[in-house]
Design a protein around this ligand. Structure first.
Ligand SMILES: Cc1cc2nc3c(=O)[nH]c(=O)nc-3n(C[C@H](O)[C@H](O)[C@H](O)COP(=O)(O)O)c2cc1C
Length: 398
């Protein structure tokens, strides 16, 4: 199985809008993720943030107009677009959106768009009335027809003091959603439900039994499924990571019972169920309504446990079960336990890992087990692991 190399050459076009300031953080995040970032600014954009700032942050010269010298033949509009994997315009002004919708090429940015061979995403940012303006909406419809991906905008308070649609997405969301632009849409049209994180079983109002799962692997899978075109619903317990952007639905459910309820409620619409959450096997039978107090001279309280339902086995055992993907986190004899678990729970694809290599860490090393093969993947980031799981999932789906 191929291991994806996700480092890309990103061409970031910046237009004249207040949200240009968010691009300082965006460039920093894209660089941190290992991408090369080349910035092209419109003349209006330079009124908002200095090119010097983007030059320092990107480590590359910032290009401003068609006649900037960018190589021997002086044709920056061709050279730059050929060396690029993906173009993002953020903030995309109403003016520039109108121009690219109609194929205009009157500055370096719009000329690069017209001459490009790579995918393009735009992150509009403008006042709510400009956003709702019929001409702007007509232009957006044209851009969608041309397979240009529109990221956002968000709804909220605007720099002008008005409230509504037109806020540019935050830098972290844009950095995350950009992966969708270059990922093959192998799960297009599929609906995927994912659980992630640790469950929490209350002992009393302030104490409980939980585990060290951070939710990162499930979150990486949510991102990978979304990037591959799926509509993703996510049910998460306690997590130590941020919730993925651009998901169809998210809900927090911290106890095993509430997680099962949420999953069963969402299940009828799903094609795939991926169970990543580290669900407690047991819950507290004698949960105290009041906070347990230390009683000097009295016996230590005894916590009685009772078994939780197995969410994955419950879902996989339903007559209308979606395609189920399970995780087996083992601390010893990983492969034998995983093989047995896959057969016992009736799960077509199982991801086995050694807990000591995965839980709470940013990397993972897994083996994928299905009816046809067992594939050992190298130790790699959870994002790369998730992309490899999605690739296999797409091959196995009917
Ligand atoms: C203070 C200020 C803020 C502006 N903010 C926006 C904005 O958020 N979105 C937008 O589409 N235009 C905004 N404009 C208008 C654009 O800067 C103007 O349409 C410009 O021609 C855009 O040029 P460009 O598309 O080449 O960058 C703003 C103008 C000013 C003076």
């Amino acid at each position: 199985m191929d291991v994806k190399v996700m480092k890309k050459k990103v061409l970031l076009g910046i237009c004249g809008g207040i949200a240009a300031y968010k691009c300082c953080e965006l460039v920093r995040l894209l660089k941190k993720a290992g991408h090369q970032v080349n910035v092209v600014m419109t003349q209006a954009a330079t009124d908002f943030v200095s090119p010097t700032t983007f030059q320092a942050l990107s480590g590359e010269p910032v290009l401003l107009d068609t006649h900037d010298a960018a190589g021997g033949n002086g044709m920056a509009h061709i050279n730059l677009s050929r060396q690029t994997d993906v173009m993002l315009i953020a903030p995309a002004s109403a003016n520039t959106l109108a121009k690219i919708a109609h194929g205009m090429a009157d500055n370096l940015l719009t000329t690069l768009v017209a001459a490009r061979t790579c995918p393009l995403a735009v992150a509009p940012a403008m006042n709510v009335q400009m956003w709702n303006n019929p001409a702007n909406q007509r232009n957006l419809a044209l851009l969608r027809q041309d397979q240009i991906k529109i990221l956002g905008p968000a709804v909220g308070e605007q720099a002008c003091g008005e409230t509504g649609s037109g806020r540019m997405l935050e830098a972290a969301e844009l950095a995350e959603l950009l992966a969708d632009v270059w990922t093959l849409p192998v799960l297009a049209g599929k609906r995927v439900l994912i659980t992630t994180g640790a469950t929490f079983e209350a002992i009393d109002p302030v104490r409980g039994i939980t585990n060290i799962s951070s939710g990162q692997m499930g979150m990486a899978l949510a991102r990978a499924c979304r990037a591959a075109g799926a509509s993703v619903s996510l049910v998460y317990g306690q997590i130590n990571t941020s919730v993925a952007a651009g998901l169809a639905y998210t809900e927090q459910a911290v106890s095993a019972d509430s997680m099962l309820n949420a999953v069963e409620r969402l299940l009828p619409q799903q094609d795939v169920f991926i169970s990543v959450a580290a669900v407690a096997d047991y819950k507290v039978k004698n949960r105290s309504v009041q906070k347990l107090k230390k009683q000097p001279g009295q016996a230590v309280p005894v916590i009685e446990l009772t078994e939780n339902a197995d969410i994955l086995a419950t879902v996989a055992g339903r007559p209308d079960a979606p395609f189920c993907v399970g995780f087996a986190a083992e601390s010893e004899h990983v492969l034998e336990h995983a093989r047995a678990k896959r057969l016992k729970k009736g799960v077509p694809l199982l991801v086995a890992n050694d807990v000591s290599q995965a839980m709470g860490k940013t990397t993972n090393q897994v083996i994928l087990l299905d009816d046809e093969q067992e594939t050992a993947l190298p130790q790699m980031s959870k994002a790369d692991t998730a992309a490899a799981i999605v690739e296999r999932l797409a091959q196995l789906l009917p």
